[in-house]
Design a protein around this ligand. Sequence first.
Ligand SMILES: [Zn+2]
Length: 173
Amino acid sequence: MIRKTITAITNYFTDRPEPEEIFLPLAKLPKEPKVEKPILSQYFKSQLVEDRAKYLNLQVYEIMWEMIAWIVEELKLIPVITETVTTGEQDEALGRVSQSHEDGRAFDMRTRDWTPEQRHKFMAFFTAKYSDKAAISKASGKPTLIVYHDVGHGEHFHIQFDRKFTVIKKETA
Ligand SMILES: [Zn+2]
C-alpha cells in the first residue's frame, strides 16, 4: 500500500510536463495593450486644475463632485471646473484677494454656457443646502457659498467654504 503510494507520487513528478510546456515563456506573453494617455476629464479646464483638486478639503472635494453630478442630472449641462487649489504666488499674479483657493476651500466653475435660469436654480439649491458650510462674505458679513462674478477672466462661480475647512499645509523641505 505504502509502496503503491510512493510509486504514484514518483509518477506524479516524472509525468509532469517540462516547465517550458507549463509556463509560457515571457517573450511569448501577449504585450500590454498600448494605452494612450487618458483624455483630460471633461469636468476640468486643465490637467493642473484636476491634479490640484485632490488637495481640496475632503468635504469640499465631495461637495464639488455632488455639484457636478447634480448639474449633469438636473441641468443637463457639462460643468467645467476652472480653478481648484492655487499657490500664493499664483493668487498674487492674478490679483486675487481671497485666500480661499490657497486654503483648499474654494473652487471655480465656468458659467458662460449657462442660462440665467440654470444659474439661479443651481445657486438656490446649493445655497439652501450648504449655508452652514459657506464662507462669510467680507462685504455683507453673511454666509455666501456661491459668488457669481467676473474678475477679468470671464464670468464664473466662485464656490467658497468657511475658514474651518482650511487645509492645513505642511512645509516640505
Ligand atoms: Zn475663485
